[in-house]
Design a protein. Sequence first.
Length: 238
Amino acid sequence: MNKINNLKTKIFADGASIDEFIKLNNNQNIKGFTTNPSLMRKNGITNYKLFALDLLKIIKEKPISFEVFADDLESMEKQAFQINDWGSNVYVKIPVTNTKGESVVPLIKDLQKKKIKLNVTAIFTEKQISEIISNLVNDIPSIVSIFCGRIADAGLNPDEFIKFAQKQIKENSKIEILWASTREIFNIFQADKIGCDIITVPNDLLNKLNIVGKNLNDYSLETVQSFYNDAKNSKYSL
C-alpha cells in the first residue's frame, strides 16, 4: 500500500452507497467523494435531497460533489443554489452542456459571482476544456472533470487531454483537474505520473487497492489455480 500512500494525485471515491461512503470516509487514502444521478438510480436512491443530507451528516470535511439534474439553465441555477446550501464542503456538479448541447458557461459565470464551488463534469474535448477553464475564477475552488475513461474507450489517449487542461490553468489557481470515468487501478498511477490533481474511482476498483504491489508470480499461480478449480468443479471432460 506504500505506492498508494505516496501518491500526489488525490483519490476521490465515486458511488452512491451510504454504507460504502461511511467506510471510505475513515480511509486516509480517500480525500473526497463524487456521485451522480445515474449512480443514485443504480443504487435505488429515491429521495435525492435526503440521501445527500444523510451523507453530509457523515462526510463533514472532505469535499463531495452533488450534481444538478435540471436541463434548462434557469432551473439548473436554482438547483445549484439549493445544493450549495447543504454544506461548506459541497461542490455543485454542473454538466458541461444540457441535453440540447447548450453551453453552461453563462451559468458558470453567474454561480462563480456568488463564490459557489463548482465541479464541471462530462468534459470530453479540448474546446470544452478551454471554454470552461477560461470562465472559471482562479481564486474560487473548482474542479474540471475530464472523462478520461470514455475518451480512452473512443481510442484516444486521455493523458493528452489532462496535459492540455493543465496548460490552461494559471499558477496558484484553485482550479483542479479531475480524471473521471476511471476504468482500472493503473489509471490511478497514470494520473499521478502526469500530475493530475484528482482521480475519482468507483468502489469496485477501490476494493482492488489491496492488490497494488502484489507479487506477480504469486498472482500468476493463484490465477492458474482458479482456472483449474473452476474446471474441476465443473467436472469438464474431453
